[in-house]
Write a protein that binds this ligand. Structure first.
Ligand SMILES: Cc1cc2nc3c(=O)[nH]c(=O)nc-3n(C[C@H](O)[C@H](O)[C@H](O)COP(=O)(O)OP(=O)(O)OC[C@H]3O[C@@H](n4cnc5c(N)ncnc54)[C@H](O)[C@@H]3O)c2cc1C
Length: 309
C-alpha cells in the first residue's frame, strides 16, 4: 500500500474541491490529477499539476492572441507537422509536475535527465521509511549474453529464491542498523547520542525508496519517454515511463499520438540505411557485405525491417 489513509484523504479533499479557472483545462489531465498510479511494489507516480493542453501547443506555434485553435483536424495536422520537423519549442509551452516514489537506483537513472526541475525528499532532515524494492521472481533474470547492459533468461526457481532471500535479509539488516544508529537508545538500552541522519543513511542499499517532485516541459518529457519507455530501458524505470505515457496520452492526446508515431514507434535511418532501402525497393538483394554497414548496424537495420506482431 503506497499511501497512508491520511494521505489518501488529502488527495480526496483536493479532488473534491475544484475551482473555476480561466486557464486551459485538459479534461483528460483533470481525471488524473492527484491520483496515485502504483508502480513496482511500493512506488507510484501521480500528476500534481499541469499547464497547457494540445491547443496551447498550436497557440504558441501560431503566436496567437486567442486559444490558437482552428479546427481539430487543423490542430492535429499542425502538431504532427511540428513533431515531424523537430519544431520543438511549442511543445515546451506545456508542463507537467509529478510526485514520484521510486527506488534509489531508478532515481539515479532518472536524474540524468537534466532538463527537469527536481525536489527530493531529504534523508538529512527526515527518516527514510522501511520500504525496499524487492523484484517479483519473474523479473529476476540472468545477465544477458548479447547485451552487457541487459538481462536474459529468468533465473531458475532455486536461484531466484536464494536471491530474493538475500535481498530481503540485506535490506532488513541494513535498515535495523540504520534505525539503531539514529536512535537515542543503544542496543543495550542505554542512552546514546544517535548518529546524524545524513550519515546513517549511507548504510542503506540502493533499492530503498525515495520520493521527489519532478517538473518538466512536454518536449523534454517526450525525450525522457522516448528513452525510458523504450524496450531497451531497464524494466524498473520503464514501468514508470509507461505509467507516465498513460497520463500524457490523456492530457495531450494529439501530441501524444504524434509522439507515438514519429518518436516512440518511429526510427532514424542513416544515409547508408536509406540507400539500402532504395536498392531493396528496386529488387536488388542487399547483404551486410554489400550494405557498407558494420555487422551491428546491419543487425539493427534488420530489426527495423522485421515485422513486429
Ligand atoms: C538505455 C540507456 C543506457 C544508458 N547507459 C548509460 C551509462 O552506461 N552510463 C551513463 O553515464 N549514462 C547512461 N545513460 C544515460 C544517458 O547517457 C543520458 O545521460 C540520459 O539518457 C539523459 O539524456 P539527455 O542528456 O539527452 O537528457 P537531458 O539531460 O534531459 O537533456 C536533454 C537534451 O538537452 C541537451 N542538454 C542538456 N544538458 C546539456 C548540457 N549540459 N550540455 C549540452 N546539452 C545539454 C542535450 O541536447 C540533451 O539531449 C543511458 C541512458 C539510456 C536510455
Amino acid at each position: 500500500m503506497p499511501l497512508t489513509p491520511e494521505q489518501e484523504a488529502e488527495i480526496e479533499d483536493l479532488r473534491a474541491a475544484p475551482k473555476p479557472t480561466l486557464r486551459a483545462v485538459s479534461e483528460g489531465a483533470e481525471a488524473h490529477l492527484y491520483k496515485v498510479h502504483p508502480v513496482l511494489d511500493h512506488g507510484f507516480v501521480r500528476m500534481v499539476d499541469y499547464m497547457g493542453d494540445d491547443s496551447a501547443i498550436c497557440q504558441a506555434a501560431r503566436v496567437s492572441y486567442g486559444r490558437g485553435t482552428k479546427s481539430v483536424s487543423n490542430d492535429e495536422g499542425l502538431i504532427r507537422y511540428l513533431m515531424r520537423h523537430w519544431h520543438s519549442t511549442p511543445f515546451e509551452m506545456c508542463e507537467l509536475k509529478l510526485h514520484v516514489k521510486l527506488p534509489v537506483f531508478v532515481a539515479r537513472q532518472w536524474i540524468r535527465h537534466r532538463t527537469a526541475n527536481v525536489n527530493e525528499y531529504s534523508a538529512r532532515y527526515s527518516i527514510l521509511d522501511r520500504e525496499f524494492y524487492i523484484p517479483r521472481a519473474e523479473d529476476l533474470a540472468a545477465q544477458s549474453a548479447q547485451n552487457n547492459q541487459g538481462r536474459g533468461d529468468v533465473l531458475n526457481p532455486e536461484e531466484s529464491a536464494r536471491v530474493l532471500q538475500w535481498l530481503r535479509e540485506d535490506a532488513m539488516r541494513s535498515y535495523d542498523h540504520y534505525e539503531a544508529m539514529i536512535s537515542d537508545t543503544s542496543p543495550e538500552g542505554e542512552g546514546q547520542q544517535g548518529l546524524a541522519r545524513e550519515l546513517a543513511r549511507m548504510n542503506l542499499p540502493a533499492n530503498i525508496y525515495t520520493q521527489w517532485y519532478w517538473k518538466v516541459d512536454l518536449h523534454n518529457l517526450f525525450h525522457f519517454l522516448r528513452l525510458r519507455a523504450d524496450a531497451h530501458a531497464q524494466y524498473e524505470i520503464r514501468v514508470y515511463a509507461d505509467a507516465i505515457c498513460e497520463m500524457v496520452k490523456d492530457w495531450v492526446p494529439m501530441a501524444y499520438r504524434a509522439f507515438e508515431d514519429y518518436r516512440l514507434g518511429g526510427v532514424t535511418l542513416s544515409t547508408m540505411a536509406v540507400e539500402c532501402l532504395r536498392r531493396m525497393l528496386v529488387g536488388e538483394e542487399v547483404t551486410q557485405e554489400t550494405s557498407g554497414m558494420s555487422a551491428r548496424e546491419w543487425r539493427e537495420f534488420q530489426g527495423v525491417l522485421k515485422k513486429h506482431d
